[in-house]
Design a binder for this molecule. Structure first.
Ligand code: NIG
Ligand code: FE
Length: 433
């Protein structure tokens, strides 16, 4: 008799997203979300094996036949509910101390992001508090944020350092990320070194670039080699008054040279042609892109670079929206992220999907693709995450609603919709909804 981990049976819908081993979806393909619907009384079932991966997805009657002599550690009757992939948050800055609620008030009164930044607030305020905080303090704050993200349906998240700016604090942040990856089984982390997030006080941008390339990256490489740190990606804030395109290029190339994937902030407040530079370096992903040009869009599409769109930023800072429709039409794979940080305090990917639909004119299907398979692509995990396919990691949400679209439609309603969050086949959160 086979002994398996989990059976989810009788669901109203199983949202596969895609099922042909696609590594991302673009253009017209973003508009089609593959859904297996209940057929009369015959619902849909998902089987999870001992390894935490999906063994089968299909209609309940055929799954019952196929697994008639199997036993399961756990069976969930999902009658009337929907099963869908866990959400993937493509961009966050979640390790920090000190909040910036006071700056929210300043911005509401009319101050721009760069005005706050230049006055020593913004990233600098957070750097000061993060430098002072102990590693344990940062870890506890981070852990509770990850729990909130997971309760909101996120099962994999990209997380950046970048509130250290000096080597010691950057390593402290990366240690916090590494520890969470090892100790917290309810969420998976793709960890990003973002030492070039701002110019440290007292340094020129050229000196800061040199410090990152000659001092910080080699030390981080050493710590990765001896197993003390896990780092997957390299990021830089490529922006007027921060790191220019040439400095960003050198930093990203140096990261790539030590095996990190390029995933960086581009064209947020000013058009610098950073997207073209990123495409030349074959960046896996670029974020923000509010100001991207048509040529930048073209370059990203050719390079298969994923555009990670962050609807909170444009919303909070009242910026113009990035040209998402143009990107999709041009064939850029589009993903979504919360951009959770002390400026944009949002941990809910379902709210992000809602904002993306209303403010960026994405369809609900496109928003879901962007929060699953394409977000997985932005962190190099699309072969194993982001869709319900046999062999993929069983990261699932069970939604207590007759159609998955409720998760997008019910603005901020995830508390009342997400019945179970399942990570690698284990139930990591359940609610009474
Ligand atoms: O993605 N643009 C740069 N970084 C963050 C903001 C970080 C902060 O304000 O603390 C972002 O929006
Ligand atoms: Fe960011």
């Amino acid at each position: 008799m086979t002994s398996l981990k989990l059976l989810v049976k009788n669901a109203r819908q199983a949202v596969l997203v895609c099922n042909s081993k696609e590594l991302f979806l673009r253009g017209e393909a973003m508009k089609r979300v593959l859904v297996l619907e209940q057929d009369g009384a015959n619902g849909v079932s998902v089987v999870v094996g001992r390894d935490g991966c999906i063994s089968a997805v299909g209609h309940t009657a055929s799954i019952e036949k196929q697994f008639h002599d199997a036993t399961f550690d756990k069976v969930i009757d999902a009658q009337g509910m929907c099963v869908m992939p866990g959400l993937i948050d493509g961009h966050t800055h979640p390790v920090w101390a000190g909040d910036r609620v006071h700056e929210f008030a300043m911005k509401l009164a009319g101050a721009s992001y760069m005005e706050v930044h230049k006055a020593g607030g913004g990233i600098y305020f957070t750097v000061e508090h993060t430098q002072k905080a102990s590693e344990e303090e940062l870890y506890q704050l981070f852990k509770s944020r990850l729990e909130r993200m997971m309760h909101a349906g996120t099962t994999t998240v990209e997380c950046k350092s970048g509130y250290g700016l000096d080597l010691e604090t950057e390593i402290k942040m990366l240690r916090v990320l590494t520890r969470a990856s090892k100790e917290l089984p309810f969420i998976e982390i793709s960890s990003t070194y973002c030492g070039a997030h701002a110019i440290p006080k007292g340094k020129s941008s050229e000196e800061a670039t040199d410090d990152v390339i000659k001092n910080q990256l080699p030390r981080i490489q050493q710590l990765v080699k001896n197993g003390e740190l896990q780092v997957d990606n390299i990021d830089v804030f490529c922006e007027k008054g921060v790191y220019d395109v040439d400095q960003s290029r050198r930093i990203l190339q140096a990261g790539k040279d030590i095996g990190l994937a390029i995933n960086f902030h581009a064209e947020e407040l000013n058009l610098l042609n950073g997207a073209e530079m990123g495409a030349e370096l074959e960046a896996r992903a670029m974020s923000h892109l509010e100001e991207i040009s048509d040529a930048g869009i073209e370059a990203m599409a050719k390079a298969n670079s994923v555009a990670v769109i962050l609807p909170t930023t444009a919303y909070i800072l009242r910026l113009k929206s990035p040209p998402v429709r143009k990107m999709i039409d041009a064939g850029v794979p589009v993903a979504l992220g919360t951009d959770f940080n002390p400026n944009a305090f949002c941990m809910s990917m379902s709210l992000i999907m809602h904002l993306a639909c209303v403010n960026m004119r994405m369809s609900m299907e496109e928003a879901l693709v962007a929060s699953t398979i394409n977000a997985a692509a932005s962190i190099g995990k699309a072969a194993t995450h982001g869709s319900l396919e046999v062999g993929k990691v069983a990261d699932l949400l069970i939604i207590n609603a007759p159609r998955w679209e409720h998760l997008v439609y019910q603005m901020g309603g995830h508390d009342h919709l997400i019945k179970y969050v399942i990570k690698k086949g284990d139930i990591v959160h359940s609610s009474n909804c």
